[in-house]
Design a protein around this ligand. Sequence first.
Ligand SMILES: Cc1cc2nc3c(=O)[nH]c(=O)nc-3n(C[C@H](O)[C@H](O)[C@H](O)COP(=O)(O)OP(=O)(O)OC[C@H]3O[C@@H](n4cnc5c(N)ncnc54)[C@H](O)[C@@H]3O)c2cc1C
Length: 288
Amino acid sequence: MYPAAFEYHAPTSVRDALALLGKLDDAKILAGGHSLIPMMKLRLAQPKHLIDLGRVPGLSGIKEDGGALAIGAMTTHWDVESSKVVKAKAAVVSETAALIGDPAVRNKGTIGGSLAHADPAADMPATAIALGFEFVCEGAKGKRTVKVDDWFQGLMATALKEDELLVEVRVPVPAAGTGAAYLKFPHPASRFAIVGVCAAVTLDKGGTCTKASVGVTGAGTKAIRARGVEAGLSGKRLDAAAIEAAAQKAAEGVDVQADLQGSVEYKTHLLKVYCRRALEAALARARK
Ligand SMILES: Cc1cc2nc3c(=O)[nH]c(=O)nc-3n(C[C@H](O)[C@H](O)[C@H](O)COP(=O)(O)OP(=O)(O)OC[C@H]3O[C@@H](n4cnc5c(N)ncnc54)[C@H](O)[C@@H]3O)c2cc1C
């Protein structure tokens, strides 16, 4: 199927992209195109203008910056997956990227596109919540940074304003004693998450959990922090009973949706199972 007609723009600087975004009526940013173009082909989106960021320099790449990794919004999933510095400093981010779609998707799709699009079944949002990503947005008046807990606002809705670009994603490097893992139950065709859970746990030297951070994706209309799970872990020694009890709260606060992939009961069950498994995997890493 073909998309409706649109005008294509290829700016060569952030400034020009922002000027186009401010000037054009009904314009959309084009990054890797692996979510937007399918939506346009299905006529779920019919923007009059596409502003392609592909020729804008400075929007891709990964560098260490203080206690964080600064990842340019146009950095592809493959670049995140294969980055030595991401593997060394925040391996779960590289592992999450490696589970997205297939090689073709990962070679075109971008971390910024995924997080700006906020598909409810996307993988990286769960990891963004568990690790506490920050989002650097740029508009005509300059830059602002949004914390992950303010980012995902609803079905494909984020804190990004219509006249802003997402230019950078900042990943705080997890503290010593932290282990993290992302696990998903993938859709057999698309590999999107029917449910996905990212857990990060930090242990003190005595083995007590000082911080637990859990993001869930797939089951509801947006990725969300599993606060009930987190509260059940912090300050505790994490034995099997504590993990199981906490995982039982995985669906609290999630507006679990029934769809072709399963009923509310089925997805709620999957969330609890994947939460327990992600916690166990994170804990095993924290103990190493
Ligand atoms: C077959 C297939 C399988 C897939 N499987 C998975 C999967 O298993 N897991 C998963 O998480 N994803 C999956 N995806 C989605 C894929 O990861 C997309 O690449 C990603 O969601 C969007 O990134 P993009 O760079 O392609 O963005 P685009 O499609 O170009 O844009 C998506 C949206 O974000 C906006 N946008 C993009 N970049 C910016 C920016 N810098 N600033 C402001 N707005 C911006 C666009 O305007 C658009 O609204 C799959 C896609 C396909 C086609």
